[in-house]
Design a binder for this molecule. Structure first.
Ligand code: PMV
Length: 330
């Protein structure tokens, strides 16, 4: 099954050319508390396991898309033109090719991110979710969130969760066409919960998540246990959210991130995203917790650390960890 076939299923006889000159959309970044790591279908970004995240309502991507009379797309990132041979342009163009139907349409895409790119801070998630939303408006498809989530997934797996705010679960689904693999919002709100962003390194990551996942699935001797780890962690995280059990949420999210990194470090060759600054920060969080401060961490495909804590511990966390950027989630 090709991505284009999925788009045909979703759009049926819907508009196949832009109905407006331009449109704009915002999508939040999301941080997985139970990670997605490994695909069962690389073309459609279908995952091996389900996953669960929390969206950062103020951090993400704002994208303006304009239908242009040209022979080629134009891409701008944070106000600067982006060259043709970059990963950004290649991925965006490949995605937009899916929507060029019978007539060749070209677009000018203006993207603004307020979070560092490619440093494991999920910028591709908010990027493709914002692009899917902006296309939905430009073509006037009026798609429900379920279909938008599937369209976003075709750009980047974790983007399917960035269609929503709050807690979001991506159910892996079983179908070959992936029409049952999309994200849903969990209605529970947890206003006291905080995420702390610790940007330790803004450099581009050594290996992108697509290649790293592929290598892990193919060569890590630990990958066969990963689906069982996720099944158990997902159950505990959903229970922790329903019961507002912060210790259970924190310890499960932290252990899940470490299991993911352990699994990828065992790949051959090894996939290592942590730097010495990452490890020092992990040690610091473990020590703070040992000394009675309830703070936990998670880490994605990059060296940066995201903290999990409660509003009541805000001042102590900021005192101990000077450069933390605190995000209110609800
Ligand atoms: O959607 P991708 O290909 O950027 O992969 C995301 C992978 C992690 O961020 C490490 C985990 C996750 O569930 O978001």
């Amino acid at each position: 099954m090709k991505a284009r076939d999925v788009i045909n299923i979703i759009l049926k006889d819907n508009h196949q050319s832009p109905q407006k000159n331009e449109s704009e959309a915002f999508a939040p970044n999301n941080i997985a508390l139970c990670k997605y790591w490994g695909k069962r279908d690389k073309e459609l970004n279908l995952p091996v396991t389900s996953s669960l995240s929390i969206s950062l309502p103020t951090k993400g991507t704002k994208t303006r898309i304009i239908a242009i009379d040209s022979q080629k797309d134009e891409y701008f990132l944070n106000g600067e033109p982006v060259a043709d041979d970059t990963l950004f342009t290649t991925r965006a163009k490949h995605y937009l090719d899916l929507f060029r139907f019978d007539k060749r349409h070209f677009f000018r895409v203006e993207t603004h991110n307020n979070i560092p790119l490619s440093a494991g801070l999920a910028s591709s998630a908010s990027g493709f979710a914002a692009l899917a939303k902006a296309l939905n408006d430009l073509f006037e498809w009026h798609l429900p969130d379920k279909e938008l989530s599937i369209l976003a997934r075709l750009g980047s797996g974790s983007a399917c969760r960035s269609i929503y705010n709050g807690f979001v679960e991506w159910e892996k689904g079983n179908e070959d066409d992936g029409m049952d693999s999309y994200a849903k919002q969990i209605k529970t709100q947890w206003p006291e919960l905080r995420i702390g962003l610790m940007v330790l390194d803004q450099k581009e990551k050594p290996i992108n998540s697509r290649e790293a996942m592929e290598r892990t699935v193919e060569s890590s001797p630990f990958y066969r246990t990963w689906p069982n780890v996720v099944a158990e962690d997902l159950k505990n995280i959903k229970h922790a959210i329903a019961e507002k059990d912060f210790a259970l949420l924190g310890k499960t999210a932290e252990a899940n991130a470490m299991a993911m990194h352990g699994t990828m470090m065992a790949a051959r060759p090894s996939v290592v995203y942590s730097t010495s600054a990452t490890l020092a920060m992990i040690q610091k969080v473990l020590t703070l917790r040992k000394n009675g401060l309830p703070v936990y961490f998670t880490q994605d495909a990059g060296p940066n650390i995201k903290l999990l804590f409660l509003e009541k511990d805000h001042d102590r966390v900021c005192q101990e960890l000077k450069d933390v950027e605190v995000i209110t989630l609800f």
